[in-house]
Write a protein that binds this ligand. Structure first.
Ligand SMILES: [Zn+2]
Length: 532
């Protein structure tokens, strides 16, 4: 007898093909059969009449390694039908922390991993100790973390010894189960790395069957160069390259989506192993300090905080921003486009813009910003509206661009319910499946599902997930195509998405009639296991 049968639903299998009515039988964690009007007996029957039955969604770019240990039920994600999160992105991973360096890593990641405890750990210990969660997890090791462990926040090329150390740490992480290496070349210390350093590490990935994902060196005024740099990694080393959260940031770059997509498609057309992901919002989130010129952070956080007190430094920052726009984000309309999201030491300011804070204090914006970074010890997270909706929609509708929330698994109660985080943490997948399909008519439901299942699985090299077919792992999402939608807003972000009634992970029901069962069937997927 099967464990479970999902009856009477409209099966959209993740391949992009038109859906069909069928029953889906599940047992021993696998899909056992997909057939119309099945007569297979099962211990449990789920009535899916009027609903869509799809493969569980893959959130291909997230930072939930910062929150899953605090929110093992992965509430904001699983309630959208997400069954797999790829974490350790943008060069940031919480392991390895070599002996004595955990405090430095905590300080470095504090504006992102605000509530997570840190301790010294090898990557193998980290994988072994990763808690059971409701979603499956793919772990990556971060280039920023490896460089921090090797050369701190020094702005210089690595010595041969240091590069060898990084290569060894990367090999250890891959042997322990890391899927690959992520880079965050937009911020220190990743931005101190040249192409040779990245290519050397990519060659390690190539040898060990690992993948490379990158938050590119620039997403604003130099985004096209940055794409070329990412493509060159695939070209030079043959490693798979995942370009993270594709976007055009900064007023001067608006309208460039077609060319940006065209450049990447051309590289794919040449046979290069390149994929990309995007979130469907015009607003980004980042540590406030990352908007400042890169030299501000040289030498580490304490050095930055000292520097920011100096008047001449502030004048220089102001002039550089006036001339070049914000680092990573380009020119924005005003400081009202920058809003405090999470502020560990000044939590009462969540939701206020930096423009508003400057006006209410009667000070120049640069002083408000510098004072804020200092008072919040560099840990402030902000929202910055730096894209244009037309570009966002053009990227969202591309059938080959996968869906990555770039968000953390949060919950409306408990430690992760603090501040006003980006709504994408709660709504990315539901927004694409609902409003983008139904209201904006950007893409068909089949294409939307494929982007977050089959296409994503192929980008990851995952063979037994991402498609609803006999023999595949039983990760399944059941939703109402007329009701699915995001409810999280910038003003009131801590709201779960609506319209997802059943979610199955590895054959176990986690969302049942819209409620979380408390089940934690997710596991860390290791690359070796996938290749076996
Ligand atoms: Zn990123």
């Amino acid at each position: 007898m099967d464990d479970l049968i999902v009856r009477g639903g409209h099966v959209i299998d993740g391949s992009g093909a038109v859906g069909r009515d069928a029953d889906v039988a599940i047992g021993n964690g696998r899909i056992l059969a997909i057939e119309p009007r099945s007569t297979r007996p099962a211990r449990r029957v789920i009535d899916a009449r009027g609903l869509v039955v799809a493969p569980g969604f893959i959130d291909i770019h997230t930072h939930s390694d910062f929150t899953l240990p605090l929110n093992q039920r992965a509430e904001s994600k699983i309630r959208q039908g997400v069954t797999l999160e790829v974490v350790g992105n943008c060069g940031f991973s919480v392991a390895p922390a070599i002996p004595g360096q955990a405090a430095m890593l905590r300080e470095y990641l504090a504006s992102s991993a605000t509530w997570l405890p840190f301790h010294d750990t090898t990557f193998a210990e980290y994988v072994a100790g990763f808690p059971p969660t409701s979603v499956n997890v793919i772990l990556q090791v971060g280039h920023n973390t490896l460089r921090l462990m090797t050369a701190g926040l020094d702005n210089r090329p690595l010595t041969a010894d240091e590069l060898a150390t990084m290569e060894r740490l990367l090999e250890e992480a891959l042997a322990a189960g890391a899927w690959g290496l992520s880079s965050g070349l937009f911020t220190a210390p990743g931005n101190f790395a040249d192409a040779a350093e990245i290519h050397a590490l990519a060659r390690v990935l190539r040898r060990r069957g690992g993948a490379y994902s990158t938050h590119m060196r620039d997403e604003g005024d130099h985004v096209f160069e940055a794409v070329r740099e990412a493509i060159a990694v695939a070209e030079a080393t043959g490693v798979h390259v995942q370009i993270a959260h594709l976007k055009l940031s900064g007023i001067d770059n608006w309208g460039g989506a077609a060319k940006l997509l065209g450049d990447i498609e051309a590289a794919r057309g040449r046979g290069l192993p390149i994929d990309c992901d995007a979130y469907p919002y015009d607003t980004a989130t980042n540590p406030l300090r990352n908007l400042l010129p890169r030299w501000v952070m040289e030498g580490g956080i304490p050095a930055m905080l000292e520097r920011l007190r100096v008047r001449g430094v502030r004048t220089r920052i102001r002039d550089e921003i006036e001339r070049n726009g914000l680092t990573n984000f380009g020119r924005i309309t005003s400081w009202d486009a920058v809003r405090v999201a999470i502020s560990p030491h000044l939590p009462e300011n969540a939701g206020r813009t930096l423009g508003d804070i400057a006006r209410s204090r009667g000070v120049a914006p640069i002083d408000a910003v510098a004072d804020y970074v200092v008072a919040d010890r560099g840990e402030t997270r902000i929202l910055v509206t730096s894209m244009t909706e037309a570009d966002v929609r053009e990227i969202t509708r591309a059938p080959w661009v996968t869906v990555g929330s770039d968000g953390n698994a949060l919950a409306v109660t408990g430690v992760t319910s603090q501040g006003k985080p980006h709504p994408r943490y709660y709504g990315t997948h539901a927004y694409v499946l609902g409003p983008c399909v139904r209201d904006l008519r950007l893409l068909t439901l089949e294409t939307a599902v494929a982007k977050m299942t089959g296409v994503a699985a192929r980008a990851l090299g995952l063979r037994d997930r991402g498609l609803l077919r006999t023999g595949a792992c039983a990760d399944v999402a059941v939703f109402d195509p007329a009701r699915i939608r995001d409810r999280s807003t910038y003003e009131n972000p801590h709201q779960y998405a609506a319209g997802v009634s059943t979610v199955v992970v590895n054959g176990e029901v986690v969302i049942d009639g819209g409620d979380h069962t408390g089940a934690l069937p997710g596991r860390v997927l290791r690359r070796q296991a996938a290749a076996a």
